[in-house]
Write a protein that binds this ligand. Structure first.
Ligand SMILES: C[S@@+](CC[C@H](N)C(=O)[O-])C[C@H]1O[C@@H](n2cnc3c(N)ncnc32)[C@H](O)[C@@H]1O
Length: 261
């Protein structure tokens, strides 16, 4: 990127490039304000705090941004247009493959909205959510205080703070591309599932960012897997993929149903 900029600058393009970057950052800042999708996914290319500065998010992996987003997360317009339809799709995918679960885990649970939808379907299920963001977990705990069905803990996908073999199903929605070690996260999911347990994974699929990743430093903290790469990771972690589909909800999303082998 720097090389390209040097070449462009040498040819008199520096003003245009910097104007484009500023415009992109301003547009992304406005978009993140409108959508409430604060600075992490849609706009991670351009801005950490919505505004005009370019980020260097290579070390942060976005947890700070999720902490900042937590108080308004449930009110984001994206809930209706992206997250809720994705939650609905994963719950339906599970129901098509299995009977009602007893123990459900959501990795990267945010404020617990997928588990709330799960509770409406499966009134008897025990619902555990784990998330790396302290503020997301605090918000989830606040909403479900006194409801014994729910438990929320702070933790990283690569070291889940729960016992081996304790869940019938693990869900994860729109989170995996933030995981620092996706292979370790998937091995952890396999560890905590009971034999034959299901892992229902939905994550954004953004081919453009995948292609730009080697060139753009500020995309280092997200890693969007192509379907083949995702399947390989799942199989290496001890899953067999039983279903895959792709659909659009604001952005392209891929959904995998995998069984622990
Ligand atoms: C876009 S939000 C999605 C939240 C929720 N799954 C939903 O569908 O509404 C991504 C969530 O993943 C969490 N996350 C990111 N990296 C994580 C990791 N390594 N382990 C656990 N959670 C993580 C973030 O803190 C954030 O709450």
């Amino acid at each position: 990127m720097n090389q390209a900029r040097t070449v462009l600058a040498a040819n008199g393009f520096s003003f245009t490039v910097s104007r484009c970057r500023t415009s992109a950052a301003v547009a992304a800042g406005l978009l993140s304000k409108v959508l409430g999708y604060n600075s992490v996914c849609l706009t991670c290319l351009t801005t950490d705090t919505p505004g005009v500065s370019m980020p260097t998010m290579t070390s942060e992996r976005g947890e700070g941004s999720f902490d900042r987003w937590a108080p308004s997360y449930d009110r984001s317009i994206l809930q209706r247009f992206m997250f809720e339809p994705v939650h609905e799709a994963v719950l339906r995918a599970f129901s098509a493959a299995s009977s009602a679960p007893h123990d459900v885990l959501d990795v990267g649970c945010g404020t617990g909205r997928l588990l709330e939808a799960a509770a409406r379907r499966w009134g008897e299920a025990r619902l555990t959510g784990i998330d790396a963001s302290e503020a997301m977990v605090a918000e989830a705990q606040r909403k479900h205080e006194g409801d014994a069905r729910f438990a929320f803990r702070r933790g990283d996908a690569s070291a889940l703070p729960v016992e081996a073999g304790s869940f019938d199903v693990v869900f994860s929605t729109m989170s995996l591309h933030h995981w620092g070690d996706q292979a370790a996260g998937m091995r952890e999911v396999a560890r905590v599932l009971r034999p034959e347990g299901l892992f229902i994974l939905a994550d954004a699929d953004v081919p453009l960012l995948r292609r730009l990743r080697p060139f753009l430093k500020w995309t280092d903290h997200v890693n969007f897997r192509e379907p083949e790469g995702m399947q390989r990771l799942l199989e290496e972690a001890g899953f067999s993929v039983v279903m895959w589909r792709r659909f659009w909800r604001v952005m392209r999303v891929q959904l995998f149903v995998s069984r622990k082998t």
